[in-house]
Design a protein around this ligand. Structure first.
Ligand SMILES: [Ca+2]
Ligand SMILES: [Ca+2]
Ligand SMILES: [Ca+2]
Ligand SMILES: [Ca+2]
Ligand SMILES: [Zn+2]
Ligand SMILES: [Zn+2]
Length: 458
């Protein structure tokens, strides 16, 4: 070991002394670990050196200096702390005296495991988007928020030049994009108002879903526009609809946006809307109720709901189920859903949450109402809410209460609530665009006539 020793030699009475000094010389340097690898830029790790002399004895406190031969890939501090800078392999050298050791620090930021155009190293999987180098997305899932738009498209924009980040799309929040084009006719406009669209936005936002409207409100929202039509009537999803879509909907929005046309009416009828089930095309026909914000917002959310794979009874076509509290039901499309456990509407824009118990039309208990307890409901309209074991066809309009009672749909069945929000499908945007007549695959939903008591008639 390093130090000074005094050596004394003695012969008889004679002796002599000498001093000798031993100093350890660094002969080898080893590093632990023997190499480093990083998958995220900015990550750090430390090399711990061990310096030994020629005899194999560790020299404690030996001075070590550090260097990187590739500082654009990884840097190293005076304490051996290595920081990943960019894709590549850096040679890191530790030197003590005349001994040294070189080890590699590999930064692999060019791996895109899920093929979404974002390298694993920027997909930090935190669930929070910070920047293009810290996206919060999952490196093993190309669509982290399950909205049928890839992480790369939402972070970088699409290969077709659609700037989704500029439009506000988030890769970690389900995003719905919808373009609204409208007709003006007879001295009025079917352009949806800010108030109407804000109501729809708020309904989705309350469930953690982001909806981005383009009604031509200013760049980058310059897709929505007025369409000049002779009579305010469009031919359903026919030749005219798709000619208008072709002329007024940017091609690079196909596969990303829903397309909502707001005419006065379609096919000359009184229906309030037409939509593809699990598709991307919808018609919101606002007739003479275009100034009724709740009715317009409810109808847009209703038709969009069909695009999101909802039917008039959620997962079934059974309509007007009193326990299915959704704007998809004809009972609630124009007037909002119930909020006090009666089958009558209360102006709340919402899809169903699926929390109500089922109702057996062949074995009803009036005391249980529609929420499974008070308040009860008088299903047979005999003046009390006390009947049990009742048979009644109750999926019908309950407002206003008719006298005598009208019947429902002619079937006696068990009526189930449905959790719309948990079952929204976002894949409709990838539906083939039916620009060619007869080539569409999506099933259509034809929606209810607008009621006369919503601002006049057509
Ligand atoms: Ca990726
Ligand atoms: Ca996505
Ligand atoms: Ca999204
Ligand atoms: Ca029924
Ligand atoms: Zn009109
Ligand atoms: Zn409908």
């Amino acid at each position: 070991a390093t130090g000074t020793a005094t050596i004394t030699a003695t012969s008889g009475s004679a002796s002599t002394t000498a001093t000798t000094t031993v100093s350890q010389v660094a002969s080898s340097v080893t590093l632990s670990p023997t190499s480093l690898s990083f998958t995220s830029v900015g990550d750090t790790a430390t090399f711990v050196p061990t310096v030994k002399d020629a005899g194999g004895t560790t020299i404690s406190g030996a001075t070590v200096t550090w260097a990187t031969l590739n500082s654009s890939v990884a840097t190293v501090s005076s304490a051996g702390l290595v920081t990943a800078i960019a894709d590549g392999t850096a040679m890191i050298t530790a030197t003590s005296g005349s001994a040294s050791r070189t080890a590699t620090a590999a930064v692999t930021c060019s791996v895109d495991t899920d093929s979404d155009r974002l390298y694993d190293c920027v997909e930090t999987n935190t669930g929070t988007y910070v920047s293009t180098s810290d996206t919060g997305t999952d490196p093993n899932d190309s669509d982290s928020d399950d909205d049928a738009i890839s992480d790369g498209d939402e972070v970088l924009g699409t290969l077709g030049g659609l700037d989704l980040p500029l439009l506000g799309a988030s890769p970690v929040i389900p995003t719905i994009l919808i373009e609204h084009d409208w007709f003006d006719d007879g001295g009025h406009s079917h352009k949806p108002t800010v108030a109407q669209l804000d109501m729809v936005t708020a309904s989705f936002a309350a469930q953690g879903v982001q909806i981005i409207h383009d009604y031509g409100q200013g760049a980058p929202f310059d897709g929505g526009n007025f369409i000049s039509d002779a009579d305010g009537d469009v031919d359903g999803f026919g030749t005219d609809y798709y000619a208008y879509k072709l002329a007024n909907f940017d091609a690079n929005r196909s596969g990303y946006f829903h397309y909502n046309l707001l005419p006065h009416q379609y096919n000359g009828g009184s229906s309030s809307g037409l939509a593809e089930i699990n598709g991307d095309d919808l018609i919101t026909a606002t007739h003479t109720f275009y100034t009724n914000d709740l009715a317009v917002a409810g109808t847009i959310q209703h038709e969009l709901g069909h695009n999101l794979n909802l039917r008039h009874g959620g997962n079934v076509n059974t309509n007007r189920k009193p326990n299915y509290n959704s704007v998809m039901s004809y009972n609630y499309q124009f007037y909002g859903v119930d909020d006090d456990c009666t089958p009558q509407e209360n102006g709340v824009l919402d899809y169903s949450h699926g929390v109500n118990p089922s109702l057996d039309e062949e074995n009803l208990n009036e005391t249980l109402g529609i929420c499974g307890g008070a308040p009860g409901w008088d299903w047979n309209q005999d003046g009390d809410a006390l009947d049990v074991g009742l048979i009644a066809d109750i999926n019908r309009d309950w407002n206003p209460l008719p006298s005598p009672p009208v019947v429902g749909d002619g079937d006696l069945e068990i009526l189930f609530d449905y959790d719309d929000w948990s079952n929204l499908s976002y894949t409709g945007i990838t539906d083939f665009d039916g620009a060619v007549a007869g080539s569409r695959e999506a099933e259509l939903a034809i929606c209810q006539a607008f009621p006369d008591n919503l601002f006049g008639t057509n």
